[in-house]
Write a new protein. Sequence first.
Lengths: 395, 526, 491
Amino acid sequence: MLRTTPFHARTAPLCLSHAWRRWAGYVVASSYELTHEREYHAIRSSAALLDISPLYKYRVFGRDAARLLDRVVTRSVAASTPGQVLYTGWCDAAGKMLDDGTIARLDADLFRMTSAEPGLRWLQDNAAGLDAAVTDISDATAALALQGPSSRAILQEIAGADLAKLRFFRIVATTLKGIPVTISRTGYTGDLGYEIWTDAGDALPVWDALIEAGTPYGIVPAGMLALDVARIEAGLMLLDVDYVPARKALTGRQTSSPYELDLAWTVNLKKEGFVGKAALAEEAQRKPEWQFVGIEVEWDALERLYAKAGLAPQLPATAWRTSVPIYAGGGQAGYATSGGWSPLLKKYIALAHLDARWARPGTAVEMEVTVEHRRERAAARVVKKPFFDPERKRA
Amino acid sequence: MKTRYDAIVIGAGHNGLVCAAYLARAGKRVLVLERSDRVGGAARSEEVFPGFRFSVFSYVVSLLRPEIIRDLELPRHGLHILPLESTLTPLANGDYLAQWSDHDQNRRELAHHSLRDAEAYEEFGMLMYRMARAVKPFLGRVPPDPASLAPRDLLGLARLAANLRGLGADQVHALHKLLTMSSADYLDEWFECEALKATKSASGIIGTFLGPRSPGTAYVLLHHYMGEIDGVFRAWGFAKGGNGSVSDAIAAAARGFGVEIRTESTVARVLVRNGRATGVALESGGEIEAALVVSGADPRRTFMQLVGAEHLPQEFVAGIERFRFRGSSGKVNLALAELPDFSCFPGAGPHLRGAISISPSVDYLERAYDDAKYGEVSRQPYMDIVIPSMIDPSMAPPGKHVMSIFVQYVPHNVNGGWTEAKREAFGDTVIDTLAQHAPNIRSAILHRQIITPADIESMVGLTEGNIFQGELALQQMFFLRPVPGWAKYATPVSGLYQCGSGTHPGGGVMGASGRNAAFAILGERP
Amino acid sequence: MKPAAVVIGAGVNELVAAHYLARAGCAVTLVRSEVALERADTGWVTPRLAHDLGIDPRLLGAPCADPWAIAPLPGGGRLELTSDVGASAEAIRRLSARDAERWPEFCARMHAHARVLGCLYAEPPPDPMATALRDLARLARGALRVRGLGRSGMEAFLRLLPMSAADFLDDWFESDALKGVLGAAGVMHAFQGPRSGGTAFGLLHHHVGSAPGVFRPPLTNLRAALGAVGGVTMRGGTVARIETKESRITGVALAGGETIPAPLVVSGLPPARTLLEMTDPGLLDPQLVRALRNVRSRGVVAELELVLDRHPGSSTLVIAPALDYLERAYDDAKYGRVSTHPYMEARYEGTDAQGKHRVRVHVQYVPYALRDAVWDTALAQNFGRAVLAKLSEHAPGLSAALVGQHVLTPHDLEHLYGFPQGQAYHAELALDQVLWMRPLPELAQYRTPLPGLYLCGPAMHPGAGVAGAAGANAAAVILGDLRRGVLKVKE
């Protein structure tokens, strides 16, 4: 009895692989085609259409809406303007990450917040003494991501607004073929792309409109496997995979602060009181013990390891989400949590947590690779994220 | 009769059997003497009506210690635990609350009633997990005596303090609340959905003579969360073949270590000479000698009946007299021609493979308790229902079913005593209440077996029908169980030990008391 | 140089805290709302407090009425219990010889237990998670005191703590009348019946400071005894907000708009009101906010103030004929109803300025929140009439002597005395809301997360029933913080 998204009537017949997976209690396609490759390439060469409805979405409204959000998240919300979208994390009182997501300022007193985990209770409890109301609009709101170099052109065919004016991380209320939607220039692929938000009741017409407009441009419905590769190329972390949210952590070591996740830029210590500020201020005085970095494995090293077993390198096309040890300085220096082969960059890349001593870009490390049932170590380098950052993303 | 045994265990309840098995594993020659015709005590399966097999008394497995399952290799001896995966709470207005083991499914059901509760449930679950983990080490430990200055006790106390402090302030305070609050007040802090609070509160009243608003029930709630199966906490399961198969597996393991088990052998007395136990006297006549006697019977039966106050210090006897039993539970076991059809969830769905909890609100449970406080069976009782044949079809003939209904409150000291009429009336109340939710039940019943606390007492030997061999109230737990100063399984009579759930850590089909007692006897750390 | 301090509230704890701070050199302003609050406080005044503030113990007033309990018996006649253990035993003998035999030992035991508790009450609560040496020392002292009861005393003490008053009293006695009178002390102000766990602790708590054999808290007029001591400026007014700047306390703002600057504010008001309504809850950890809202403070008591033209004839009257009577009274409250047969205790309070005789009647269980009714004037009056009728059954001359009466419902008590939901103890006396858990573990040492803001009311350890002790303990913590530089105050 898993739920289906508002787009299920369209996505189900397309899922030839029958490969569904769970996301927040919904079923979404892992891939529509038998393998995910074409879907991934569409993200980078034409346009991919992804169902992202299972995100949790909250409507925050009222005179103190900005104050409420400012109490909760680490970035300054008060400084934002209507039409702006912020990416931010939020923490518990110990300064450890609870979740991350976006806040779209739809109006002076109206915000839409997304998150990976349910957050209604947390938001409401933080609203003590404030004139702000929080409603859960997760089920009522359908959401799609249209990502790729042709995404603007496709949208422009049917959108009411002039999308050339929609800058990176901004949002606009408009229509698609007359259907009211909001479109944000945001995404999880690190590419030119948009997210389209609409009432669940309008989901199917919106889908149909996009497919119709997009087919001449080569639009491809894409599933989670394709998205995973793209987001790793973009250096973007994923809750439960790349970090343990504080609420689920069984030990202190499992938690992460924003500083340890390379999110220092989202922490505004000048802001008056937010949950975790004191702890974060204290942590900022000393250097974080861990860093979240990019890892690039040396191709030659890989080739040598496989050649020893009489094989050519066999890297899985699907990104992995397991814990892989990283070695440096004679011992284990950390672990990668997401990784895989980037078909675009032709590199074997990973996202990793590293002991800060070894986390500077350029540092030589080794990543564990299992070759023919043997655990080997392949030479690798620490690199800055993102691995892929095209100009068109912000243009 | 020559001394052929090192130890005699009185009673083949699961704790007695566990104790016997561990003693025999360590090389002792052990004899178990059981009054009835089969092993198990209150963990027994019986074909009460031809073709229909019942877990007559206790009916689910969760608290059975994993270390016992491993040490005694119980799966090899036939123990197979099948999962119980859901709880359905029918509500008055035709609605229901369902809880499932799948995280997403469960969240969805809760979200129907309250979005906040759906979120809070996950946090609550994490906290209970941490609490169960925090408490777990204490289950397998002999309680230190805080009044003693002996090095072993001081060390034990220091360890206890260190363990607790090591949990950190948040967890210690959470534990404090769980030990002292009522389950209703505790759950009020987390949830708003009445049916959820009531269904969870119900775990807090099992086997107690307290209502959900009575302080002390949050502890019982935690006690029932300590069960784990395969490392998964709070998992409840059903033993294939009924709870008797748990006892049978332990008995088989015990026999494997050389234990001799004699059924239909009632012990009349423990033989005591000069403050020392020397063996037992059988009701049929005859005596059996042994230097070690271990009683699996409850403390009152053991000390007041089998030993006799004359052999015991006055302070100890006073303590035993103050140890409270007040049975509050009953059972109705049914043989059914067809499955019950619940109006709120019609048809033979997956919910019938789990538990059905008649606990629509906290007030409902509290009113049930009020009735019992003044000596009556609850007019609208709390019921925990399982249909074992849905999980293990071998329990009933094909197409037919058995239903196990655990009921509270059924006071042992019912006004006017447990006459035949009272007993039938109790059975009728249960059926009437169930019929409100599953109207087809009356016509589906082929046979019914009614068990009152008086029956529990006479059939199994549990004083006042208390299923835990003594209330799980803090004032008689841990180093106070059963009597202050005598919480380490030893007794004032040398050579006499106690191993039933009237000792730490208390009741539920755990086996921990039996295991701890064995180690205490052997002088080792468990 | 000690900082200026504002103390908020009209209770005796606030007065005591103010005096301690003043004696230490702070310029203290005590802000209290202008409601006349002349009522006798209950509770034992610790010897240390009397000594510290230079109060002649003889001025504290008669500790208790004697007999402290007069209970009508079903067959006629009365059970009278006094501070004379032997005399009480004789009175009990008429009901049960066995109980009479046990009475002296019971009194001795309870008194020893109460002394241990009393020591714990005279200082801030021990903290089982303490790491600092002085705190560990306090913890050790507490543990040693318990151990000092001896093996059987310690076991009895630890057994007593979680027990219900009913089980505990059933262990000792058989007489319903005796158990009823004692059980009432276990459930006073509690939203629990005598069969509930924690009520044996309630019985012990209400015995702290009383003489052996007296199971009602002593009465004091500590407020009057403190008199006008220098260094404390009294101000009438209601505090609307406690002002902060970047979480530091800067003073208070009164309802009229005036502000009183001070880096140190001590509030005797309920913690939830202080932290959630008078300061910005956004300054607090949301978990603490939630926990504050979960502190239980349900009022179950109403009072009747009777004005008589003559002495009622006895110092007290207790209507609590048996434990089950109390339990049934509690049953009603559980479902949001006023008890049909409430627990009632009338106490003679002396004569007033007009020469009239005053009696105060404690009526329990009278819930603040009713399920099928609302506390309006009509309901209050009907309630008052019903109570009087019941009392008159046992005190025949009462209605004739009655000159006036005044009903104080839980709502009235809230309005007049600031008792949240009418609960006189602010936070219910329950095992999860005592000692290091009172009212919350984060607040148990009188400090709040806002530097400079402290709590000192009855919601703080040791709770009500020990007059001024919370205020004294809070002052001790404040002065300690000042001394150690933990509380930095700019001039």
